[in-house]
Design a protein around this ligand. Structure first.
Ligand code: FPP
Length: 247
């Protein structure tokens, strides 16, 4: 099935005022389900539908990169039932190769994939390979992702190069660390959107968000709409970003 956003996809601000990279912390699924007397997994199912709507809208209005926090390194502490429900959803989206492939979406999984069941790892690799030439939107899926874990991963890779004599410690720069992150080659996050009323980053793309703007809303992720995204984008366009410089 092709992805279309319901309303005509017109960016709420001038194209040059749009962020290049938006990060979404898809929070509040559990509370959304609880409010309806339903199991937490029901919230994740609805959250998955919202992922697709928002991802598609980002593509249609011309945002080139969108990151989504799907499963954190801390989420393994949830019940096996809830984890299995999230795995089931992951399989569904990962199997939707055809629609992603023909809709211009490049899927990228960042995080330590090795902890996922073998079939999920294979599906991830397949979807990444099948969509690698798409260039309208890169949908970065943070799976078993943690910012600190990613920095440790980058440090280990760099240490190996030093051990082999291929790199001198004094030549390690911010660019070196960046080049060994899971997100190497992806621009920094410009705007982080966290629904559900929590005011935290929760280990999400901590290096990449160093100069990001933040937008918090009390809406729970399953209720988050393209109109809510428009509000965040309008807010973002009004911020004065100085990246540490003076006005
Ligand atoms: C956080 O809400 C959400 C998660 C840990 C899971 C996010 C997963 C999805 C939205 C499913 C989408 C899957 C794919 C592959 C697109 P929470 O459970 O922490 O909510 P709470 O804070 O209300 O308990």
């Amino acid at each position: 099935m092709a992805f279309f956003t319901k309303k005509e996809a017109v960016p709420p601000v001038a194209p040059e005022q749009l962020p290049k990279h938006v990060g979404f912390i898809m929070d509040g699924n559990g509370r959304w389900a609880k409010k309806r007397g339903m199991p937490r997994g029901f919230g994740h199912i609805e959250g998955g539908k919202v992922y697709k709507k928002i991802m598609t809208y980002c593509r249609d209005i011309g945002i080139p990169y969108a990151s989504f926090y799907v499963f954190s390194t801390e989420n393994w502490s949830r019940s096996q039932e809830e984890i299995n429900g999230i795995f089931k959803l992951m399989r569904e989206y990962l199997d939707d190769v055809q629609s992603f492939k023909h809709e211009g979406v490049r899927w990228l999984v960042v995080g330590d994939k090795s902890k996922f069941p073998q079939d999920i790892q294979e599906r991830m690799t397949k979807l990444e390979e099948e969509t690698r030439d798409n260039d309208r939107l890169t949908s970065i899926m943070c799976c078993n992702y943690g910012g600190r874990n990613e920095l440790a991963h980058s440090a280990r890779e760099i240490a190996e190069l030093v051990k082999k004599g291929e790199l001198e410690p004094e030549d390690i720069t911010e660019d070196t660390i960046n080049a060994h992150l899971y997100t190497a080659g992806i621009p920094d996050v410009d705007l982080v959107i966290r629904p559900s009323g929590e005011l935290r980053l929760s280990n999400f793309l901590i290096w990449q968000c160093a100069y990001a703007e933040y937008y918090f809303t009390n809406i729970l992720w399953p209720d988050f709409t393209t109109d809510d995204l428009d509000k965040a984008l309008i807010d973002f366009a009004g911020r004065g970003r100085r990246f540490g410089g003076a006005e």
